[in-house]
Design a protein around this ligand. Structure first.
Ligand SMILES: [Zn+2]
Ligand SMILES: [Zn+2]
Length: 435
């Protein structure tokens, strides 16, 4: 049984995008021409349909984000399903998967069911929901994995915190094979992270801030790869941040462990140098933290060679009054849905670090494959799931208001290139940029 994805009902799109570069690397599609969307599907006759000029623009398969926080239930002042999926649509995303570290935690079929109902009424793009691995995300008793699978969970995760006990993780992996849901793991060893607030290195020392060492992540990833191998179970590693972790993944994949991994735009684009305490450093506080240039280089290389399978934003909205705190007290997390493509395009593709084709794959088809959800494609006859992007348009982040309820973005004030003009999600127009 695969996870349920829901979206509010809407009229099927009917459009012709004229003269755009149509680029779907996973399907081997790359040509300039017209793309017809009729009755929400790709292909068919263009007559009578509205025409959009795509000259000089690119159409890509809709982006997929397997790691967002929509803050429902319990923290609707920071985000809700309507605003979070609206932000997703504005960023070119057609499917997002939401984490269960809410208040209360999504650890029962009842809470999951009510979220799916809300999604059916409110979601601008497809949304799926993870349920917790352990009750209340307390790291002790397992939730009813079979029940949650039957009720439509897309996977299981205690994201926000690790499953500290190796024994509990082993049992979760045994259930994983039975229930079939992927385990999506936030990896850190809390005895190493301690009360750290940023990457442990020269800059944390200079600033006098407590550090989170890279090995806090990599030892836990090594442990879970070993346990997954032992149980022949499937795991997905969240937000890889450190070069040491890349090494562990490389070794695990080489010996056949069924592990996939994601990396966030902020870890790909920024380093701990951003935390220098001049302007609003809480914008750069997230867990795992921004690390050193050598880590960033390792993450980029791993994304290109496939050791890291996909990009995921870890979109983590926080109400402004919380983030406007001194660095040490501010909560961890940054929003990312609306800047994900432009930040990666500007910081990775334009300087020649990542080919555009690779970035598109790692943000659309590859994450969908990792989590076993429908893969967006531009193949003729498919449901229309796409984004039309102007790769020349430059914009200062924050000048155009965020659709998210929150504004805690690491890229605010930066000029980024690449503007999403149109998103068609599951055959419906989910976003159209007018100004
Ligand atoms: Zn996390
Ligand atoms: Zn997260």
């Amino acid at each position: 049984m695969s996870g349920r994805l829901v979206q509010r009902p809407g009229a099927p799109a009917g459009l012709v995008i004229r003269g755009a570069r149509v680029l779907d690397p996973a399907a081997g599609i790359d040509h300039v021409g017209d793309l017809v969307i009729r009755d929400g599907r790709l292909g068919g006759r263009p007559d009578g349909l509205e025409v959009i000029d795509g000259t000089g623009k690119v159409v890509v398969p809709g982006l997929v984000d397997v790691h967002v926080h929509l803050r429902v239930p319990g923290r609707e002042e920071a985000e809700d399903i309507a605003t979070g999926t609206r932000a997703a649509a504005a960023g070119g995303f057609v499917t997002v998967l939401a984490m269960p570290n809410t208040e209360p935690v999504v650890d029962s079929a009842a809470i999951l069911g009510s979220l799916l109902e809300t999604g059916e009424r409110e979601a601008a793009v497809r949304v799926g929901f993870y349920a917790a691995i352990t009750t209340g995300q307390q790291g002790e008793g397992l939730t009813e994995h079979g029940d949650l699978a039957d009720s439509g969970a897309v996977g299981l995760s205690d994201d926000g915190r690790p499953v500290t006990s190796a024994r509990v993780m082993l049992r979760a992996l045994q259930y994983q094979r039975a229930a079939g849901l992927p385990l999506v793991l936030h990896e850190e060893d809390p005895t190493l992270s301690g009360r750290g607030v940023m990457h442990e290195g020269a800059i944390s020392t200079r600033l006098g801030l407590e550090g989170i060492p890279s090995v806090s992540e990599s030892v836990q990833v090594a442990r879970d790869c070993a346990l997954a191998a032992y149980e022949d179970a499937r795991i997905h590693i969240c937000h890889v941040s450190a070069a040491e972790t890349v090494e562990e993944l490389r070794l695990a994949k080489a010996r056949g462990v069924r592990v996939t991994a994601e990396v966030s735009p902020h870890h790909l684009c920024l380093t701990d140098a951003a935390v220098e305490p001049e302007v609003d450093p809480a914008r750069f506080k997230m867990n795992p933290p921004l690390r050193e240039p050598s880590d960033r280089e390792a993450l980029i290389a791993a994304l290109v060679d496939g050791t890291i399978d996909c990009v995921a934003t870890d979109h983590a909205p926080h109400a402004a009054q919380l983030k406007d705190a001194p660095f040490e007290e501010a909560p961890f997390g940054v929003i990312g849905l609306e800047t994900a493509f432009a930040s990666c395009f500007t910081h990775l593709v334009l300087p020649g670090l990542v080919p555009l084709e690779v970035l598109v794959r790692r943000m659309s088809s590859d994450p969908a494959v990792c989590l076993g959800i429908p893969v967006p494609t531009l193949a003729d006859g498919a449901v229309a799931d796409l984004a039309l992007i102007d790769l020349e348009a430059v914009e200062r982040v924050g000048e155009h208001p965020f659709h998210s309820k929150s504004t805690n973005c690491a890229f605010t004030g930066e000029e980024l290139r690449g503007r999403v003009l149109l998103t068609v999600a599951n055959g419906q127009v989910a976003h159209r940029r007018t100004a």
